[in-house]
Design a protein around this ligand. Structure first.
Ligand code: 5GP
Ligand code: MG
Ligand code: MG
Length: 185
């Protein structure tokens, strides 16, 4: 595997800043859902996995965790098609549950809009979105975001769950890729 330092343009969010913000979001969610007896966090695989696992350590309300996978971006692609297909569905029936959808990043918003349509059809008691990153300049369709970790500029990022052609999800920071140096290698 190539060393990420060969194509890292900059570290956008340091590990300490990520952990601090994730703890804040966990505390906010714990407060907002303190009276809920039906909280379910749904993580969209695979980018949201690191965020989810750190986030739930800070959630003090009892909750279930579910996973879902959809296909929209293919390996090597940088644009969302807007076509969303469920490749792994939930195990749980979310009817009458308080659902928080946990996402890594919202870009055009197309993937999220489709997933929200699919989930609301199942009649949860409530449904909202918690995203680590929001590339708000790139939004093409409106999506309601209740919890946002960081609003970031229009740059392709990787690390802390986000991949670069399926690799480097393990890095503890969010970094910006230098596309020229990445392609050269
Ligand atoms: P959208 O449908 O909002 O355009 O795309 C959302 C999905 O695109 C995210 O869940 C993520 O998989 C991918 N994506 C968008 N921007 C980035 C980025 O900067 N880095 C990475 N690794 N994935 C991204
Ligand atoms: Mg995602
Ligand atoms: Mg990806």
């Amino acid at each position: 595997m190539r060393d990420y330092k060969d194509f890292l343009a900059e570290v956008l969010i340091e590990p300490e800043a990520l952990q601090k913000r994730v703890a804040e979001l966990g505390a906010l969610i714990s407060h907002d859902y303190r009276d809920s007896d039906a909280l379910v966090l749904i993580c969209i695989l695979r980018g949201g996995v690191l965020f989810l696992s750190d986030l739930i350590r800070h959630i003090t309300v009892p909750h279930a965790v579910e996973f879902m996978a959809v296909s929209s971006y293919g390996s090597g692609k940088r644009e969302s098609t807007g076509q969303v297909r469920i490749t792994l569905d939930l195990n749980m029936n979310i009817h009458d549950k308080d659902v928080i959808l946990v996402e890594d990043i919202i870009d055009s918003g197309r993937t999220l809009a489709s997933v929200l349509d699919l989930l609301s059809a199942r009649k949860p008691r409530s449904l909202c979105v918690c995203t680590l990153l929001d590339k708000s300049e790139r939004r093409e369709v409106y999506v309601p975001l209740r919890y946002v970790g960081f609003t970031i500029p229009n740059k392709f990022v990787f690390g802390y769950g986000l991949d670069l052609d399926e690799l480097y999800r393990n890095l503890p920071f969010v970094g910006v890729v230098d596309e020229d140096r990445y392609r050269e290698g």
